[in-house]
Every structure is written in C-alpha cells, then in structure tokens.
Design a binder for this molecule. Structure first.
Ligand SMILES: [Zn+2]
Ligand SMILES: [Zn+2]
Length: 251
C-alpha cells in the first residue's frame, strides 16, 4: 500500500505528538531492557531480527526465498497473505510481554510504526482494519486487547476504516505456546465469529501481536469469509520460532 504509506493522516501525527509529549513529561523506560529514556531504545532495536523478504509469500514462514512454501502449496490458507515485522525473541519478546500485561498504551503506538512500515511494503488493497479480538473473559481481566493497541494507530496512519467489533472471540482458547500444529488448529477452530453488517464485501486486514503457526489468523479468516468479507490479510508484529542451523523452526 505505498500511496497510503506516503500520506500519513493528521490524526496519526497528532497521536504521535501526544505520546511524544507524554514521554517528555513522564520519561519512559525501555520495554526491552528497562533503561530509562525511551519506550524502545536503539540498543534493543539493533537486536531485532527483521524477517525481510525471505518468507513464504502466503503464510509468512521464514525460508530461503519468497516463493510459496510446500505446506501452503499442499493446503492453501484461507487468508491471502500473512506477514510479520520481526522474529519473536530477545528484547522484542520482553516488549510484547509488557504490551500484553502492563497496559502500556504508548507501547502499542511505538510498535505500530513498524507495522506501518511493513504494510507500506505490501501491495495489499485493504479497506478495513480489525484487531484479533480477545475473549470477553480476558478483556474483563486485563481491561484491554493488545492487538487493538497496535491496530488502531496503524489504521489511522493509512486513513483506513477501523472496526474493533468486526470480529468477536466466542470460545476461550488456551495459550498456543507448546502446542503442536494440529493442536493449535483445534484450539482456535470456531473461536471467532464475524459481523456481516461490518465486513460484508470488505477487504480486511487483521492485526495481532504474535503469530506462531498462523492458526489464529486462519480461524479469523474463516469467520470473516463466512460473514461475506471479500479478502483477508494478516499482519503481526512478531513471528514466533527459533533460528537453528537447519533454518527457522516454528515447531
Ligand atoms: Zn532497550
Ligand atoms: Zn507458506
């Protein structure tokens, strides 16, 4: 979406200015290393392992090139593409943990700018942005949804329609960490429903903090397409997995 990336809207700048002022009045500590000063310091930023172009063009899984991986060839996902900014690890992992549990609204703003860069590089014709929803129970416990903190400023940056209620989570799921791929799929199947009056005919971008296998995004796409969405893309801040001698492992 290159043209949208160039034309950041006034509301986006106002938002950026607001959080800049808050940081000036109440100096932040870095979400990655606790160093005082910025919400996200340069040392931590340098340690981020960007995903770049060597990922499967459908599921975003790291590989040697930008072709479609064997898994997606055998069983194409329901979403068009899933992309992530960086590998989930090191200080970024710490920061995402803070975003999830510390109710740090400014942190969502800080990291959404990397999603803005990521989306500007994609040729996705999006017209509606939604966060992966949290369950009502989790929303009650924490009071917010971390995906919403990332998705809202992203939509604002591109002047795109934002509808946090376009998807709802109707099934409580357990953490995806430590589950096998089939277990992950089972865990999220039927977990979401989508509101046809909001998404019908729309080209939807779904935003989340972390992807592991893409099973959550697949479940979101299933609900959205069922409700009449035209196309679905996914964008997340980080991709979980680890770099091994054989390549990237997401087992
Ligand atoms: Zn730091
Ligand atoms: Zn793939």
């Amino acid at each position: 979406m290159p043209e949208a990336g160039r034309l950041k809207r006034p509301a986006y700048y106002l938002h950026q200015w607001f959080w800049g002022s808050v940081d000036w009045l109440f100096p932040a500590t870095c979400a990655g290393c606790e160093k005082p000063g910025l919400r996200w310091c340069e040392d931590c930023q340098r340690q981020v392992e960007l995903l770049g172009a060597n990922v499967c063009r459908r599921c975003g899984r790291p590989q040697q090139d930008h072709t479609v991986c064997q898994t997606c060839k055998a069983e194409p996902p329901l979403y068009q593409s899933l992309a992530s900014w960086a590998v989930y690890g090191g200080p970024l992992r710490q920061a995402i943990h803070k975003l999830k549990y510390n109710h740090d609204l400014g942190l969502g703003d800080t990291f959404s700018q990397y999603l803005v860069e990521c989306l500007a590089q994609q040729a996705w014709a999006v017209d509606l942005v939604l966060p992966v929803p949290a369950s009502p129970k989790r929303l009650k416990e924490r009071g917010y949804n971390q995906a919403d903190l990332l998705a809202k400023p992203l939509a604002r940056a591109f002047g795109l329609h934002y509808e946090p209620k376009g998807l709802s989570k109707i099934k409580e799921t357990t953490s995806q960490v430590g589950l096998t791929r089939p277990q992950r799929q089972m865990n999220v199947t039927g977990a979401f429903i989508s509101e046809g009056s909001i998404v019908h005919g729309a080209r939807v971008l779904v935003v989340d903090d972390v992807t592991t296998t893409g099973a959550t995004m697949e479940a979101c796409a299933q609900a959205l397409l069922k409700a009449g969405a035209e196309r679905v893309w996914g964008l997340t801040l980080a991709r979980a997995g680890s770099q091994t001698a054989e390549g990237f492992s997401v087992a």
